[in-house]
Design a protein around this ligand. Structure first.
Ligand code: IYR
Length: 225
């Protein structure tokens, strides 16, 4: 690896292995085939997962690009059954209100085919809950550090994370109980961290079913200029 200074800052040489067009096509098809097998799963086995896998998932998420490379995220892993129960109770209390009065009739109708309701047993069944926090600003040596494009950055990291979870043979559901500030209090997070997404991870329950839904076709989502 070659190094040099540009404008007084350190740079390292970078290149990807040279591949042919057909290798590139094959790799892109393989990746599509793998990721298009991902499904949101709401029924989990209680089978534990190795800590090494969890660490690798979070390393993958942490490798995502972010505004000014500030990496404005914290990933909390909850395996303690008491904490999982507390989170379930708080999430279900909010969801009960959501489903019974906060969500519009249209919204409820739009969710019918997914079979969701206020009950969230996956918050206790899944061996680990990944709670992703976005940091509105950072703190280093007691000093505030400005963060940029926080939601975009954390959203991209969560995309990496969801892909990594799938690649590891695990499943997840992107759960956003709303409002979800209870996650910050239960996990005792500092005030500059706001809950962004809750991802239960684990193995799918044996004999589980997912809604028979489809993704939009390429023609419906792609515009070339
Ligand atoms: N947060 C609720 C409701 C919900 C909303 C949407 I938009 C979904 O795609 C799925 C669920 C819940 O988790 O049940």
């Amino acid at each position: 690896m070659k190094r040099k200074e540009i404008d007084g800052f350190p740079y390292v040489s970078y290149s990807r292995p040279r591949i042919t067009d057909s290798e590139s096509i094959e790799k892109s098809v393989d990746f599509f085939h793998s990721l298009s097998q991902r499904r949101t799963v709401r029924e989990f086995s209680t089978r534990p997962i190795p800590e090494e896998v969890i660490n690798n998932l979070i390393k993958t998420a942490g490798s995502a690009p972010s505004g000014a490379n500030k990496q404005p995220w914290t990933f909390c892993v909850v395996r303690n059954p008491h904490l999982k129960k507390q989170i379930r109770i708080a999430a279900e209390a909010e969801e009960k209100l959501n489903y019974s009065s906060r969500m519009s009739a249209n919204w409820i109708q739009d969710l019918k085919h997914l079979g969701t309701d206020w009950e969230k047993p996956f918050l206790e069944d899944a061996p680990a809950l990944l709670v992703v926090f976005k940091q509105s600003y950072g703190i280093k040596n007691g000093q505030k550090i400005q963060h940029y494009y926080v939601s975009e950055s954390v959203g991209i990291a969560c995309g990496f994370l969801i892909a990594a979870i799938h690649q590891a043979g695990l499943v997840t559901v992107t759960h956003t109980p709303s409002p979800m500030n209870f996650l910050a209090s239960i996990l005792n997070r500092p005030s500059h961290e706001k809950p962004f997404l809750l991802l239960p991870i684990g193995f799918a329950k044996e004999e589980t079913y997912v809604p028979d839904i489809e993704k939009k076709s390429l023609e419906d989502i792609l515009v070339y200029y």
